[in-house]
Design a protein around this ligand. Sequence first.
Ligand code: AMP
Ligand code: MN
Ligand code: MN
Ligand code: MN
Length: 289
Amino acid sequence: MGYNAPMSQPIDLHSHSTASDGSLSPAELVSRAHALGVRVLALTDHDTLAGIPEASTRARQLGMSLIPGVEISVTWGKQTLHVVGLGVALDNEALNQGLAVLRDFRVWRADEIGRRLLRDAGIADATAGARQFAKGGLLSRTHFAHFLIAQGKAEHSREVFKRFLVSGKPGHVPGQWATLEQALGWIGAAGGQAVLAHPARYKLGYGKLRTLCQEFKRLGGVGIEVVSGSQDANEAQELARLAQQLGLLASSGSDYHGPESPWQELGALPPLPGICTPLWHDWPEALAA
Ligand code: AMP
Ligand code: MN
Ligand code: MN
Ligand code: MN
């Protein structure tokens, strides 16, 4: 990154709405992106496509491009991974059925998180409380975090996750999401491009990360998030080299969840390192504008 590199990009390929654990409605999200200068936005809610029609309608009204996307929860060994699918067809059966299974698991898991928080931390009615923050969308640990903060159990989300929601803590429920092969199969069936989300967040170490990226590519993955709202400049440089070595394209996305997390903003991203091939290098002119 040069010293004068802008921290604002017209393309943002990772964001969330109230359909999953974001706090803006799909239409509000698109309007905010537009106001901030984003011209190509992917809505990538966790395990659901439910927000896309509303987002697409608003994007059309504003004359910007909305990429229909999804962020699929995956279990790889003992690790939870997130795989973003971009440009997916909304009516593909394999994708929709696969996502429906993940959402069913979320419904069961939410009740189980509530039972465990009561049993092991003496916190009552957490599932109903979390549901109030979910605004009708699917239930995520993010909503439990909002509820627990509102109950005064912790001050902010990093603390609440650490004390209640991660492995070994009262509200953690281990579980099986999609396999990497399934997620990539569904995205491929729906005509989308599969991107490994925020690879640095998994803290895998270089060798294991490289193995993951190789397997990801072998199973049909085309890119990795080199630039992410949850990765720093050093991580971006390392991931840029890894992508280049392995012949993977580079994606860029804020992972925006809402105005309550002001350290992540739509389009507020450094440019991709120069050695990268952008994921959108062969997208139609109108999109890549
Ligand atoms: P879930 O998919 O329901 O298990 O929830 C995962 C979501 O929780 C992620 O997509 C993040 O938005 C959020 N999350 C995970 N870990 C943390 C953390 N340490 N601090 C804040 N938010 C987190
Ligand atoms: Mn999230
Ligand atoms: Mn993620
Ligand atoms: Mn995300």
